[in-house]
Design a protein around this ligand. Sequence first.
Ligand code: 13P
Ligand code: SF4
Length: 350
Amino acid sequence: MLDLTTMRATLAEIYDLAPSMDLAEEMRDIHAKMDRVVPLPDFARYAPYIRAINKLKREKNAVILAHNYMTPEIYHGVADVVGDSLQLAIEATKVQADTIVQCGVHFMAETSKILNPAKTVLIPDVKAGCSLAESITAEGIAEMRAKYPGAPVVSYVNTTAEVKAASDICCTSSNAAQIVAEMDSDVVIMTPDQYLAQNVANEVPQKKVVWWEGSCIVHEQYTKDDINAFRALNSDTRIIAHPECPPDVVAVSDFSGSTSGIIDYVTREMPGSAMLVTECSMASNIADALPEVDFTGPCNMCPYMKKITLEKILWSLHTGTEAVEVDPQIAAKAKIAVERMIELSQALAK
Ligand code: 13P
Ligand code: SF4
């Protein structure tokens, strides 16, 4: 298990990690990407880690794939590729470097390993889980199949390799509706996110969508009443919700999309002010690129995503831990479900 005290003491002996305003000034080009949300004295604490990680990445021939919910110092400071779950999965198939450091949650690292098994895939904290991935097992999929014989199982990528292996195809929030619409059956089983499933059911009325009762602990907290109360006082603010939010929240929002879908929407529409009904770091990561937009709350933190920090990334690269492994037989089956999703969503995008 990761012992923070030992980790910090060991890193401090090997690397110069003392906060440095001089180094922060030297790295102004990186700070400029986050200076709306990270003051220079805070950046002075991050700068030594960013320098050490970027050097070690080159020495170890590693790349960092980071999810849109990473904190700004990770997103802008050390990531080689950033994106939503679908983009990160596609990027994982293209990695040439020896090592992938997955800055996101465990199912994302597992997906990278499934898609590119020859690479070493590291996760800086194995405890970076996900309430959705924890809500269902392969037995749960079997239960759903028994209840709805013959119906295809579309599982969100926020699942373990075992669950993916037991599913017919995967989906992410950016392609779920299109994938369900393409299934050759009137009844489609969606697991494990009940809210994503209900939002898809509204978008694809020609299908009877049935679902598992899982939910995201970040997005389930938003309520329609919160959104309506906010809108009553801030009628000019564009309200944008992730599809893991309950359907009544999505119904009173102006737009709903995956994390990258949200970024594309705000970039395209350039509203004077926007409220991103999703994880906190989303707005922080795009604030500097969109100075014309005022980002207002609410914001809920994902405690799993926030387990990934600069010091754990440095430790992960330094020690080569934790390497993610997937049983080859399970990986082979899971790969079919993930690749089907990638192929179908790329074909539909043409
Ligand atoms: P995206 O695929 O939209 O990035 O979502 C991943 C996730 O875990 C959101 O909570
Ligand atoms: Fe899982 Fe929700 Fe965190 Fe995304 S935000 S990783 S769905 S718990």
